[in-house]
Design a binder for this molecule. Structure first.
Ligand SMILES: [Zn+2]
Length: 124
């Protein structure tokens, strides 16, 4: 009997055979699902950062803003062409766009963050 077996014997003696045999570790870790879930969370975060629109022109103190929301024919929903965020009603689109009226610089800040994050996720 080798030292290993002897040690095993001692351990079994110590814990009681049944207890040792009873420890069963059943742990399945799905790495792909984990990564996919994490990616989904990050994609959702992306939707929060996305400005859902862009500044297309600045003339003096006038800023032209273009919403990235579009409503496909036959649906009432609106989707952002940049981040894939979907809202149920045009009112939601208007509410989002209204927010920028007082502070258009938010659009640029958000877009900058969006690009950074999207690059990290290898979407760009
Ligand atoms: Zn968006």
């Amino acid at each position: 009997m080798g030292v290993r077996n002897w040690l095993k014997g001692k351990i079994f003696e110590w814990w009681g055979v049944r207890e040792v045999m009873g420890i069963k570790i059943n742990f399945k870790f799905d790495l792909n699902k984990y990564l996919e879930d994490r990616r989904k969370i990050k994609l959702d975060q992306l939707k929060n950062i996305c400005p859902h629109g862009r500044i297309i022109d600045i003339k003096g103190n006038r800023i032209a803003f273009e919403s990235l929301f579009a409503s496909p024919v036959g649906t009432r929903q609106w989707g952002c062409s940049q981040c894939g965020c979907v809202v149920d009603h045009e009112d939601d689109v208007n509410r989002i766009n209204e927010r920028y009226k007082d502070n258009p610089s938010i659009i640029l800040k958000k877009q900058e963050r969006f690009i950074k994050k999207a690059k990290k996720l290898k979407l760009l």
